[in-house]
Design a protein around this ligand. Structure first.
Ligand SMILES: [Zn+2]
Length: 247
C-alpha cells in the first residue's frame, strides 16, 4: 500500500522550480531538441532499421502482456509492442497499431506502475486518434501522436499541451481500471518533464501536479494498487545487460 507523502509533493515543487529555470535558457532547450529528436519523425519500422531492435522473448512477452492487460481493462484493441536498441528516449510515431519504445526510455522507467503508465498514456493517444478517425476528423495522414516521439508532430505544438493532458487523464482511468497505481503515469511524466525541458512545454508540470492532488484525494481500493512486480525487475535487469552489450 502506498501513501503519497508530503515529501513527494515538496520534491515535486523543487522539480517545478528547476523546470522553470531550464525553460528560461533557450540554448539548453535547443541542445535537448538536437539530442532527443535527432532520429527524426519516422515510423517505427524505420527506427527499428536504424536503431536495431531488442527481441528478447522474455522482455517482449512481458511488455505485450502488460499492454494486453491495460487494453483489455478498457475493452480497447492493444498495440503490438516492440523495442528498439536506442539509448535515446522516445516512442514511435503511431502506425498500424504498432508501438515502438526505445530501450533508453524503458531503462528510465523504475517500476511496473510507471511502465503501465507509459503504455496507458500511449493507448490513450491511440484511442483519441481512433475516435477522431471515426468522427471523420482524421484522414490517416495527420497523426498527432505523443510528444515523446522522436520528433514533434508536424502540425506544431499549439494543441500539444491539451492532447498530452487528455492522454494523461485518460491513462489515470486506465491504470485504475487495470489495478495499477495511477501515480505511475504522473511519476514517470514528472521525471521526464524535469529531465527534458522541451517536453515540459507540452507535458506541463503544473498540469501533472493538479492531477496528482486530485488523484491523491481519491480513495484507494481495499486491496491497494499494484506498483511493482518481479517480472518487471527481471525484464529491467535483462534490458540493462542487453543495452550495455550494444554500446
Ligand atoms: Zn503523449
Amino acid at each position: 500500500m502506498r501513501a503519497h507523502s508530503i515529501v513527494a509533493c515538496a520534491a515535486f515543487l523543487t522539480v517545478l522550480a528547476h523546470v522553470a529555470s531550464c525553460q528560461a535558457t533557450s540554448s539548453d532547450a535547443a541542445t535537448q531538441i538536437g539530442k532527443e529528436w535527432a532520429p527524426g519523425s519516422r515510423p517505427g519500422r524505420d527506427l527499428e532499421k536504424s536503431d536495431g531492435k531488442i527481441d528478447s522473448p522474455t522482455i517482449i512477452r512481458y511488455l505485450q502482456r502488460l499492454e494486453n492487460k491495460l487494453a483489455s481493462a478498457i475493452s480497447a484493441p492493444p498495440a503490438e509492442v516492440r523495442l528498439t536498441r536506442s539509448s535515446d528516449l522516445y516512442v514511435s510515431v503511431p502506425a498500424d497499431r504498432v508501438l515502438y519504445i526505445s530501450g533508453g526510455l524503458l531503462q528510465r522507467i523504475e517500476n511496473e506502475a510507471e511502465l503501465a503508465g507509459l503504455l496507458a498514456h500511449e493507448l490513450a493517444h491511440a484511442q483519441a486518434e481512433r475516435a477522431a478517425a471515426l468522427e471523420g476528423q482524421g484522414n490517416g495522414t495527420m497523426r498527432e501522436g505523443c510528444v515523446l516521439q522522436s520528433k514533434p508532430a508536424p502540425a506544431g505544438n499549439e494543441n500539444a499541451r491539451e492532447h498530452e493532458l487528455q492522454a494523461t487523464v485518460a491513462a489515470i482511468g486506465y491504470l485504475k481500471a487495470a489495478g495499477y497505481d495511477p501515480a505511475g503515469v504522473l511519476d514517470l511524466f514528472s521525471k521526464l518533464a524535469y529531465e527534458h525541458p522541451v517536453w515540459a512545454k507540452a507535458i506541463v508540470p503544473e498540469d501533472l501536479l493538479a492531477l496528482r492532488v486530485k488523484t491523491e484525494a481519491e480513495a484507494i481500493p481495499p486491496g491497494g494498487y499494484r506498483i511493482e512486480s518481479s517480472e518487471f525487475v527481471e525484464a529491467h535487469a535483462m534490458l540493462a545487460t542487453l543495452l550495455s552489450r550494444s554500446r
